[in-house]
Write a protein that binds this ligand. Sequence first.
Ligand code: JCF
Length: 677
Amino acid sequence: MEQREAAERAGHLRQQLDQWNYQYYVLDDPTVPDAEYDRGLQELQAIEAQYPELIDPQSPTQRVGAAPLAQFQQVTHQVPMLSLDNAFDARDMQAFNRRLLERLSLPDAQLEFACEPKLDGIAVSLLYRHGVLERGATRGDGTTGEDITQNVRTIRSIPLRLRGSGFPDVLEVRGEIYMPRDGFERMNRQARERGEKPFVNPRNAAAGSLRQLDARITATRPLQMCSYSVGLVEGGRLPDRHSEILRCLAQWGLRINAESAVVTGIDACDAYYQSLAARRAGLPYDIDGIVFKVNALDLQQRLGFVSRAPRWAIARKFPAQEEVTRLLDVEFQVGRTGAITPVARLEPVFVGGVTVSNATLHNADEIARLGVQIGDTVVVRRAGDVIPQVVSVLVERRPAGATAIVFPTRCPDCGSPVEREEGEAVWRCVGGLVCSAQRKAAIKHYASRRAMDVEGLGDKLVDQLVDEGLVTRLSGLYDLTLTQLVALERMGEKSALNLIDALERSKTTTLARFIFALGIREVGETTARNLAQAFGSWEALLAASESDYLAVQDVGPVVADHLVQFFDAPGNLEEVAALRRAGVTWPDIDTANANALPLAGQTWVVTGKLEALSRDEAKALLQGLGAKVAGSVSAKTDCLVAGPGAGSKLVRARALDVTVIDESALLEALAQHGVTV
Ligand code: JCF
């Protein structure tokens, strides 16, 4: 390629890649497969390698991280970066409102507030000059921070160049850099598997990732940026309401929080707080409160500041996600696959909105790394739907009588030896189905709601059935008699009848549920569904080779290996045969005609509260008809099912002109395709 042609092609590729990047990282709405993006990036890299003079510092190839620094330079924030006052309850919020109204001499006003979740990350400043990212800095003490330009340039949701037009010549954007929970969990899982030190929480992980002198390390970390205000502005004007400024930032390609809203009056602030508190555990990131700001900038100006916080804003905090308590004892639980998990018994403590008395210690390596002993004072963390964990030890508070935690060398349930595979952190009981703990766990999993859904067969009852010797294998469930059940402690005739009935009903299932119910290692619901879709029948799944498994979506070498091992063990196939003899059955899937399903090729989203069926049931039924069910609304969504309480998804669907239907319309649509609820 000649240089002129190469320059033209590079320009085109950059524009294309910037657009895809923006859709993926800022709008959370990918438009092309990753492979397509990678091809474009590789082509651009090749051109830049051939013609280094064509390299542009704003090129999407320049996000891999620059050479390590010796140290960070200090920067001075011309407009100080403020902190926020805190409120801890509704009374503090009422007091905040009274102070505002009094200062403004507007005794009866209902002020407009801009509200948004307060992300638990690192506050940063991004300086754009003529739309080009010039400098990124930490907040530091509010006046002096550190220059982390090289690091912020690796974060894909931070534009290297602003989009559109109309931005001021100098624009300082402020926001929070954070690590979403899934990225944090993934990083920590990998760290634990490698025997490395995990991060204590997403905030520390974000801070540690940003503080790297080697930006190539930062580039590998799943960091996100969310903008919440502006600092220095020169050579241009911004709107006179905070919410409008955020809208401008979004237009210029910056990420803003999807939950941000404007409400009127302090009572509406309370409603906003309550609704986010209810959804806190389900958000993809940690938040420690809600920020409320007086929306009108002229009022902000009149209110001014006290020391280092604005009078016009407040952060109402949520209950802490980390608390201090005492480790009373450690028990060792045996899981479905024999994995032995140390579980901390704690002095009960209120954390993340619930009382916690147990937390996981993960494995022997983690106990060693934490250096924790029984009697220690520990920090417990509970965030989102993740099980509570012990994240650190306050060694200086160790009492005299503290004792070491001894990891068992034999299974606490069946006494079989425990073994650890090379390179694995987990010790496992080798007892297999000899081990009643493993049997119990396998049966609990089989009966669980998302597997065979045997209603009324709870954990306690499974323990009882196995302890009494009534059930020794999965298929044994279907041999249970009314007489046996009624003879159990705490079991009435009505419940026994209901259980027999539920067991009978569970026999009619789907191939995907059945595969999931078997509890094959690493085969979760999604993998089970993909396997069922790909092979269509049990026989085809069984006849497949390792390379056939590898061809299935989401199946990697580890899962393929577990599948082969599962099918190679004769006991497993015998068990499946016994289950089928007992009457377990499912319709095979016509894989050749999978595309002929009525909703094939369509993407649906379900949100809000449904009455006749749960959201999970609605999703499963839609998937059964061939639809893809997504978690967020995009321009490619075909239909949003919105029940009462629908929030940002509904707003987004309306904005994108996506079809929105309610539950009764969903039921009608399902009925049209022969599905009645
Ligand atoms: O999300 C946050 N952590 C956050 C911090 C959001 C905001 O709107 C903030 C903030 C710190 C200061 N606003 C100010 C003025």
